[in-house]
Structure formats: C-alpha cells, structure tokens
Write a protein that binds this ligand. Structure first.
Ligand code: NAP
Ligand code: ZN
Ligand code: ZN
Length: 349
C-alpha cells in the first residue's frame, strides 16, 4: 500500500508553498524508506518551481538535497539497514543499461534519468522531492552519509557538493592548478572548499566584495569582483573556471581570463541563452564546457572526501513557513550559503 506523507507543495509556477500530503509508492523489495531530516534549497528548485527552465510538472514538491535516516528496507536490500544515515541527490533511477549508466555516469543516462522531482517514474507517476518527511528510493540511488558530517550540513552536498566536485576532479584541479570559482552562493562556496582541499590555488570572482572574509575562510587564496577592469587584469590567469552563476555573464571576458588550454565550465544554468565569440576560444586553445551533477559512485566518493576533509555546507536552517521568503533571498544572492529545511516542521500542527 502506498504511503501518505506530509510535504510542502507548490500548485503552479511561482505559487506559494503550502502544507499538503502526497503519496509515496509502497516499499518494493529493492527500496529504502527514508525519514528525511533536512532538505537543502538549491537554486535549481527555484528555476523549476517558477518554470524558468520551461514547462514543469505541478503540483511540485522540490528538493534534491536530501539527508535522513533509513526507517525501513525492502526484502532484497543489501546495502542499507534501518538506522543508517543516508542521502538522496538529483535523480532516483536511470535505465541502468546504456553506455553512460554502465560507466557510472547515470546523470547522463542516454534515455534520461528519473529526476528526484519534476520527473516521472518508469510507470509515469510524478516524482516528488525532499521538502517532505519521507521518501522511498531504490537502494542503488541512495548514498551513505559518513560519520563525522552531520545531516544538516551534509544535505547540500547531495547536489551543490557533487556538482562542483565532479568538474573539479574531471578537469584535474589540484596542486599547481589555478581555479576560479565564479559566484559564491550554494554551489560556489562548496566549490571553494573542495578546490582548496584538492590543493588548487583558488580565486573567487563574485559580483561584490561583501563575502570576501567568508571566501578566504573557506579556503580562497584571492577574492575578486567580475567587473570589466578586473577581468582584464586577470587575462590568462586560470586553468579552470567553474561558473556557478544563475544569471547572464560576459562570457568572452571570462574566457579570456583562461590560460593556454584552460577550460571554463558552466554548472550555473541561467534561463537565457549565453553567447561568446569564437576568437575568445581560438586565442588560447581554450574550451567552454558544461557539467551536470555527478554519478552515484562519484557522489559517494565526494561524500567520503568531504568527511575526510571536514567539509560541510554553511547553512541557514529554516522551517516550513520560511521557504517562500528563502527563495526570494536566494535570488537576491542573500544566502549564507545554503538554506536547509528542517523537515520536522512540515507536518500540519
Ligand atoms: P545561488 O546560491 O543563488 O548562487 C549563485 C551565485 O551566483 C550567487 O550567490 C551570486 O554569487 C551569483 N549571482 C547571482 N545572480 C547574479 C547576477 N545577476 N550577476 C552576477 N552574479 C550573480 O545558486 P546555486 O544553488 O549555487 O546554483 C547556481 C546555479 O547552478 C543555478 O543556475 C542552478 O540551477 C545551477 N545548478 C546546476 C547544477 C548542475 O548540475 N549543472 C546543479 C545545481 C545547480 P556572488 O554574490 O558571489 O556574485
Ligand atoms: Zn541542485
Ligand atoms: Zn542509462
């Protein structure tokens, strides 16, 4: 029998969140039932809840930065037991057969993975995310949260952490490399911590200097603003630029800040088209790239790496009544540095 679970629901694009209940599927043999403790608010939740990326599925329960504890396991589950601390990220299933799934890169599943929310399960049922008290997920798409990271600061690692860890590893950030992180919000602040822990020389490029002290505390070696003059001074500086900005950027000026063979990676996903001049690439054999979250295996590797290096998100914990306000604050770049919903505040009182 399916489970009825309290959740925060938005009825249509931009509508305020309301307390309601949703149905979760009955626990299957390979499934894990998770009592959700915390759910992070990712800017992608806002893009989707406001339909900035195109048509979305409503009613919607966002949330793909989920941390909690296993409450029940199906008969065939082998990886997790009741009481384990676990997480769920941006997808809850994939085809498991295509080239990319077999390579452990399920985020690029050729038939499209099943997003944790604003998606549909194989049987067509809409998926609902982490702004809720419980979720049922196939154990193959559940992550273990290591001892040593508390669940609240671990939740944002499930999207913001892996989205920055994956390109930093892919493009080999480490000792001797110069990495710029553009935008120091939810993704950006974790990019700074992770790039620093990997041994890279890290520069933040923010649109103000207001978060400079924090950036240096998170491990940045330099902190700059992205104005025209500064970007001119930074020409030829970086091996890797991780762009986490959710809005439009002067792409050419950033490309020219790359060294020979440098790469600028978009993880930020603005709603508008971005443009650049071919000469900005040609002039330094530069690359412009994109990166999408990370696979299950790499997400576990990232969680273990963060535990080992004492990395968690900087969070502001909020209750169910504060989510609409939090969305506005994220859009205004007024978040230090991730909002996390305490899901015990979701059930109607
Ligand atoms: P966030 O917390 O809002 O951070 C974005 C940062 O971008 C802000 O803190 C701000 O940093 C900068 N910014 C925002 N508006 C700006 C503007 N108008 N001009 C210049 N800078 C601006 O958002 P997030 O949760 O980190 O997500 C960032 C983006 O990544 C979103 O588009 C999100 O959808 C996307 N995303 C992509 C993936 C993926 O897999 N590729 C995964 C998760 C999220 P400063 O104040 O420091 O300038
Ligand atoms: Zn996200
Ligand atoms: Zn696949």
């Amino acid at each position: 029998m399916s489970l009825t679970v309290p959740a925060l629901v938005t009825a249509s694009a931009g509508a305020p969140f309301e307390r309601a209940t949703i149905d979760r599927r009955a626990l299957g043999p390979g499934d894990v039932l998770i009592d959700i403790a915390y759910a992070g608010i990712c800017h992608s939740d806002i893009h989707q809840a406001r339909e900035e990326w195109g048509t979305a599925i409503f009613p919607m329960v966002p949330g793909h930065e989920i941390a909690g504890v296993v409450a029940e396991v199906g008969d065939a589950v082998t990886r997790y037991a009741v009481g384990d601390r676990v997480g769920v990220g941006c997808f809850v299933d994939s085809c498991r057969e295509c080239e990319t799934c077999r390579a452990g890169e399920e985020q690029y599943c050729l038939s499209g993975n099943v997003p944790t929310y604003n998606g549909r399960d194989a049987d067509g049922t809409p998926t609902y995310g982490g702004y809720s008290t419980q979720i049922v997920v196939d154990e193959a798409y559940v992550l273990g949260i290591p001892e040593g990271i508390s669940l609240d600061v671990a939740a944002p690692l499930l999207c913001a952490g892996i989205t920055t860890y994956s390109p930093l590893k892919h493009w080999k950030a480490g000792p001797g490399t110069k990495v710029a992180v553009v935008g120091m919000g939810g993704l950006g602040h974790l990019a700074v911590k992770i790039a620093h822990a990997l041994g890279a020389e890290v520069t933040v490029i923010s649109h103000t200097l207001s978060k400079k002290d924090d950036g240096i505390r998170f491990g940045a070696d330099h902190y700059e603003t992205g104005d025209r003059e500064t970007l001119k001074r930074l020409r030829g500086s970086f091996d890797l630029i991780i762009n986490t900005v959710s809005a439009d950027l002067p792409v050419d000026a950033y490309l020219r800040a790359l060294r020979l063979d440098g790469t600028m990676v978009f993880v930020g996903a603005p709603e508008n088209k971005q443009s650049f001049r071919a000469f900005s690439l040609i002039g330094g054999r530069r690359s412009l790239a994109g990166s999408n979250i990370g696979g299950i295996r790499e997400t576990q590797e990232m969680l273990d790496f963060c535990a080992q290096h004492g990395i968690g998100a900087e969070i502001e914990t909020i209750g169910a009544d504060d989510v609409d306000k939090a969305y506005d604050r994220v859009v205004a770049s007024d978040v230090r540095y991730r909002f996390v919903i305490d899901t015990s505040t979701i059930p109607a009182r």
